[in-house]
Write a protein that binds this ligand. Structure first.
Ligand SMILES: NC(=O)c1ccc[n+]([C@@H]2O[C@H](COP(=O)([O-])OP(=O)(O)OC[C@H]3O[C@@H](n4cnc5c(N)ncnc54)[C@H](O)[C@@H]3O)[C@@H](O)[C@H]2O)c1
Length: 366
């Protein structure tokens, strides 16, 4: 009998991480006939000049500009990108270069993957959140019907280039947003990273490069093993079940909040829930919550908001059979996924957040 033949193989995505990554990527990008850059209004102003300087002599065949900020990760903006790709004559061998934060990489990836049944794209994250999270792992999409990431695809860019050079112009609010994902990464899988970040407030970090590389590597390791989020990858959603509901709720009310701020709030609630499933010393819970509180102000949520938040959580993609499924902390540096949590405990965790309650325990032997 003939040996089986490999007839199809998925090309792996390349990651270039750290200082001078942009310069290093130039050769790779020059393989494409046509190169179109996607930016938002802010990254056009702040990051495109840096990109052009780093990629000296690199030809760009067009620039597409979308509106900045999370409320614009919309179908209207995607239609705009498709129109612009058509106007610029994009073909199947065109490369779309996503230069921006999570909105640009999520929306640009989706627009590229659906234009002419898919053109290649690369991500150059320019926000801290993009560098440690959004640009990695092949999730693309849009918010739709008032729900985060309701429409989208798993599709990998050909390359992700993570270079802290872009961070110089990122404002404090956005830096803080990315910092929340660094905290999460430490909590779920990297105790050393947690111990480094918990002892420094986000606005006193002097050396982002190594933290970014460490955190990005962690995420790359996870998505390499579980691209389609069938298992392990779900741990990355710690803080996101409650966090996404809070994010949608407050954005729908017209508040200008960031993804990271919402995830920080979600992590407080979900640390509380974790402590009800697994043995957690009170000092540990306090340590986690104090670290978050030292960096993030609490949102002014009301008890009356809880039913709406629960309703929003029903759309969470981790749910099964109409039941809420969470990723929780088993202990510091280790997370578990697919844990069914009932309404009452979720409600209690949001009350814990709203009322700034303290952990209570009869015995604390830490
Ligand atoms: N695909 C994923 O796996 C994934 C993971 C996490 C978050 N996300 C998504 O990412 C989005 C949030 O990403 P984000 O926080 O990067 O938001 P963002 O893309 O809106 O960027 C935040 C703001 O910073 C500006 N900005 C970005 N880089 C800059 C720079 N270097 N200098 C000056 N300004 C700069 C942007 O213009 C924007 O105003 C959300 O839509 C979220 O759902 C996706």
């Amino acid at each position: 009998m003939k040996k089986p033949q490999l007839v199809w193989d998925i090309k792996p995505v390349s990651y270039i991480l750290g200082k001078d990554a942009v310069k290093l990527s130039k050769k790779r990008l020059e393989e494409y006939n046509k190169r179109i850059v996607l930016v938002d209004e802010n990254t056009q102003r702040h990051c495109l000049p840096v990109f052009e300087e780093q990629m000296e002599g690199f030809d760009i065949d067009g620039v597409i500009i979308i509106k900045a900020n999370a409320s614009n990760k919309s179908i209207d903006q995607t239609v705009h990108v498709w129109n612009e790709l058509s106007r610029l004559g994009a073909e199947r061998d065109t490369l779309l270069i996503n230069l921006g934060g999570g909105v640009v990489s999520d929306l640009g990836g989706f627009a590229a993957a659906t234009f002419k049944r898919g053109i290649n794209f690369v991500n150059f994250p320019t926000s801290l959140l993009g560098m440690v999270d959004a640009a990695i792992g092949g999730k693309t999409g849009l918010d739709f019907g008032g729900i985060k990431n309701q429409v989208g695809l798993f599709i990998n860019p050909v390359c992700v280039i993570i270079d802290p050079v872009f961070l110089k112009t990122l404002d404090q609010k956005q830096l803080l947003s990315g910092y929340a994902e660094l905290l999460k990464c430490g909590l779920i899988m990297d105790k050393d990273l947690w111990e480094t970040v918990e002892n420094v407030r986000y606005n006193s970090v002097e050396e982002w490069d190594s933290l970014i590389v460490q955190s990005a590597r962690n995420k790359v390791d996870i998505v390499r093993h579980d691209t389609y989020e069938k298992g392990l990858r779900k741990i990355l959603n710690f803080g996101h079940t409650v966090g996404h509901a809070i994010e949608s709720f407050l954005i729908n009310k017209g508040l200008d909040i960031t993804h990271g701020e919402a995830v920080a709030a979600g992590m407080i609630c979900e640390t509380y829930i974790s402590s009800k499933f697994y043995e957690f010393e009170c000092t540990r819970i306090k340590e986690i919550i104090n670290t978050i509180d030292n960096n993030f102000d609490r949102f002014d949520l009301k008890k009356e908001d809880i039913p709406v938040l629960l309703e929003l959580m029903q759309h969470d993609k981790k749910n099964k059979d109409g039941k809420y499924h969470f990723s929780l902390l088993r202990r510091l540096g280790k997370a578990v996924h697919d844990i069914e949590v009932d309404d009452d405990l979720i409600r209690e965790s949001i009350e814990f957040y709203i009322e700034k309650k303290e952990c209570e325990s009869e015995e604390d032997n830490s």
